[in-house]
Each structure stands twice: as structure tokens, then as C-alpha cells.
Design a protein around this ligand. Structure first.
Ligand code: AMP
Ligand code: GLY
Length: 421
């Protein structure tokens, strides 16, 4: 197949890597990064209508959308109107991520467990709700804020301040013109991914991400500093609860709303006293979760995407490896605060056969100049290790990190700690 992947991160690199390992497809990335050009061809057509015309001319068989923004903008509808095969939710279904107000109201409507909340665009209403809450208090901007729209306030005054800054437009512009104020949930977090074709779904092994910048879950929130899967923190009973109480009613509900869900339903779960409570939905793969989950799939990843995009998941038997995967993000010096100076990336030759065969790098914030790879900011790459248990996978991932050098490199040293407690 000719396959087009939209996006430029480690997530999209990992999709490309898995598919390129099948050795039977031609890959294109829009826009890709300095390393995806080793897996296929980077193109640069930002306008969705123009990209669609390009895909028709080029006879692209499958388009996979990595990030949320094009989904929320409706790229899937544009491609489908021209009978192209594209993996991802429609604009209407992508509202599950595009608007937290929509998402919370859907959870409520479908009776899916979620934190008690108030949705409002009136400051006074939010203040009186806050006055009756216990701290900490969670305040969320309605729209897309690149992962920064959630404030966990430790006092009522701080919560009110966050509401005020959001509603006035000063913290997140239009994305903050409506807010969610909700109760704080105390538990452990999971990332659960269901690949959906509108009707059927396949659940991947549950992963854990590490959103905070520093060891011990300290410091500011990031896009994710590392992940591992499968996590031993989920047993069959919890998977069943998530399927019966969350995935099935969501897919049923979205069908009734006239927005059948196709693509990746990314369920942010907080497990509180053994019960799954839904923090949020995203409508795409997590990054770095994608980088550790796709290589655990033994069957063809391209089949999974293609069958989901053509309402054919019922005919797919997805086979997982028995392995574990751990991914460690290496970020640039000033992440997540500001951009960093470009720094050359040197990867030592890996002599150890065991490490060579059981680890790899997924490149994200990189650019190529004169054949050399440079860290260009943000999350630069993910070192992924595999093993028969989490410890083995983790040791290999960290061993690989030791072989990668660039000025200002930054990483957490405790990825997967909750599984090793
Ligand atoms: P979200 O973008 O909604 O997933 O929120 C980002 C992060 O904030 C989550 O991954 C959680 O760690 C945290 N968070 C969000 N909502 C809550 C909540 N109600 N209680 C506790 N933590 C939360
Ligand atoms: N790693 C979490 C996310 O992609 O939103």
C-alpha cells in the first residue's frame, strides 16, 4: 500500500517504523521530521484540501492521522468525501477531545463514571461551585490547549484565579471561554486505547504514561516523559469494567449521536479504589504510549489501521507479543518551558547484540542537516526497550539512553516505577 502518515512526532515515527518493518509499503509523512525521511518521503502540504488532492493523484491507499488538531479540524470528512481511506474520527466525533464540555456532557449522558463537575462560562457560577468543594480542585479549559489546559488548584482562591484567567481569555484565548470545574480524583492513572471502526473495537494492553517532568511525578505537566505496557496494575476484571462501563456505552452513544466513533479512542482512566473513573477522552494515540504499544503488536499494524478505516475490524484477529515495552523520553534542555538551541545527536554504535535486538529509538523533535541529526527542541526522541518482564525492558531502554548524546538532554530516571514497587 501507499500510506500517508500525518504528524511529526515520535508517535508518527513509530507508526512509520512498524509499517516499514512489514517491508511491503511505500510511506509518506506530512510533515514528518528529520528522521522519518529515512523511512519514507516527507512532504509539505499543509492545506487539507490540497493534501487531499495530492493523495488522490498519488493514489494513496491509506492515510493515518497522528495528532488531534487535523481531526478536530475535520480532515477525515474532507478525505472521506473524496472516497479516500483514512484512519481517524470525523470532525463530529473528534469533539470528544476538541471540547471538554462536550466530552463531560457525553460521559454524563451515557452514564459513564467521571469526576463530578460543573460546566460554565460564568465566573460567578464557578465561584459558588468552588465554595462548596473540597480541595484540591481541578479547573480545565474547554478547548485544545496542547496539554496545558488543566490546573490542579490546592486552594479555593487558586481555583477561582484559574477560572478567572481562563474565562477572560488571558490564559488560553478562546479555548478557555468555557471551563470545567471538577472534583480531584485520587488514584492511579492508566492510558487505555481502543481501536474502533464505528461498530467494533480492539483494546490494546493498558499503558502508564508519566506526565510530569521530574522523577517522583514532580515538576510541570508535559506531553509525557515515558511510558510502559502492559501494566500489571490492570487485571481482567478491570479490563472488563472498562469495556462494559466505558467503551461499549461510548461507541453505542456516539452512534446514537450520529457521530459513530472511528479511530483511536484514548481513554484517560483514574483507578480509584479499584473502579475506573474517566478523566478524559482523546481521539488519537498517546505519545509516547504509541511508541511502546505498536511494537508489542505481532500482527501487521497496517492491517489494524486499514481494517479500522474500512469498518472491517470484526475480521481482524489482533495478536500481541508476550513482551513488555518501556519507553524513555529524552527531551531538550528547556522543555517544556521554551525552545532550546539545536544540538547534534550522537548515537554510539551499539555493539551489544542483546541490546541491539531488543531496543530501538523513535525520533521526534529532530531535524537533519548535511546528513547529521540535530535535536530541534521539545521531546527529541524515545528510547524503547523490550523484554520478558518490565525490569528487563526498562534496563534495556535505559542502556540505550546511555548510548545517545546531545547537549542539554533531559530524561526521567524512574519510568515504570509504579509497576516495580
Ligand atoms: P487531562 O488533560 O484532562 O487528562 O488532564 C491532565 C492531567 O491532569 C491528567 O493526566 C491527570 O493527571 C490530571 N487530572 C485531570 N483531571 C483530574 C482529576 N479530576 N483529578 C485528578 N487529576 C486530574
Ligand atoms: N501521553 C499523553 C498524550 O499523548 O496525551
Amino acid at each position: 500500500m501507499k500510506i500517508l502518515i500525518l504528524g511529526s512526532g515520535g508517535r508518527e515515527y513509530s507508526m512509520g517504523l512498524s509499517i516499514s518493518n512489514e517491508k511491503e509499503h511505500e510511506l509518506f509523512f506530512m510533515p514528518g521530521n528529520g528522521a522519518t525521511s529515512d523511512l519514507g518521503t516527507n512532504i509539505n502540504i499543509e492545506n487539507y484540501n490540497e493534501l487531499c488532492s495530492w493523495a488522490i493523484t498519488k493514489k494513496i491507499d491509506l492515510t493515518i492521522v497522528g495528532p488531534e488538531a487535523p481531526l478536530v479540524d475535520g480532515i477525515v470528512d474532507i478525505f472521506k468525501a473524496k472516497d479516500l481511506v483514512i484512519f481517524g474520527p470525523s470532525k463530529a466525533a473528534a469533539k470528544l477531545e476538541g471540547s471538554k464540555v462536550y466530552m463531560k456532557n457525553m460521559l454524563k449522558k451515557f452514564n459513564i463514571p467521571t469526576a463530578a463537575f460543573l460546566e460554565t462560562s460564568k465566573a460567578e457560577e464557578a465561584y459558588s461551585f468552588i465554595d462548596n468543594m473540597n480541595t484540591p480542585i481541578v479547573v480545565k479549559a474547554d478547548g485544545l490547549c496542547a496539554g496545558k489546559g488543566v490546573i490542579i488548584a490546592t486552594s479555593k482562591d487558586e481555583a477561582k484565579e484559574a477560572v478567572k484567567d481562563m474565562l477572560s481569555g488571558s490564559s488560553f484565548g478562546d479555548a478557555g471561554k468555557a471551563v470545567i470545574v471538577e472534583e480531584f480524583l485520587d488514584g492511579y492513572e492508566l492510558s487505555v486505547f481502543a481501536i474502533c471502526d464505528g461498530e467494533n473495537y480492539k483494546v490494546l494492553p493498558a499503558a502508564q504514561d508519566h506526565k510530569r517532568l521530574l522523577d517522583g511525578d514532580k515538576g510541570p505537566n508535559t506531553g509525557g516523559m515515558g511510558a510502559y505496557a502492559p501494566t500489571p496494575l490492570v487485571d481482567e476484571e478491570l479490563y472488563k469494567k472498562i469495556e462494559d462501563r466505558v467503551i461499549k456505552p461510548t461507541l453505542e452513544g456516539m452512534k446514537k449521536e450520529g457521530a459513530a466513533f472511528e479511530g483511536v479512542l484514548f481513554i484517560g482512566v483514574m483507578v480509584v479504589k479499584g473502579e475506573p473513573i474517566i478523566l478524559e477522552y482523546n481521539v488519537r494515540f498517546g505519545d509516547p504510549e504509541c511508541e511502546i504499544l505498536l511494537p508489542l503488536i505481532k500482527s501487521k499494524v497496517s492491517d489494524l489501521f486499514y481494517k479500522a478505516a474500512t469498518k472491517d475490524l470484526a475480521n481482524l484477529n489482533i495478536v500481541m507479543k508476550n513482551d513488555y515495552a518501556v519507553g524513555i523520553v529524552m527531551a531538550s534542555e528547556n522543555y517544556p518551558y521554551s525552545s532550546s538551541q539545536a544540538a547534534e545527536i550522537i548515537v554510539d554504535e551499539i555493539i551489544d547484540e542483546d541490546l541491539k535486538n531488543n531496543s530501538h529509538i523513535c525520533y521526534a523533535g529532530v531535524k537533519k542537516e548535511d546528513g547529521k541529526l540535530f535535536a530541534s527542541g521539545g521531546r527529541v526522541l524515545v528510547c524503547v526497550g523490550f523484554g520478558e518482564n518490565i525490569n528487563e525492558a526498562r534496563n534495556r531502554a535505559y542502556a540505550l539512553c546511555g548510548q545517545v548524546h546531545f547537549l542539554g538532554k533531559k530524561l526521567r530516571t524512574d519510568i515504570a516505577y509504579q509497576a516495580l514497587k
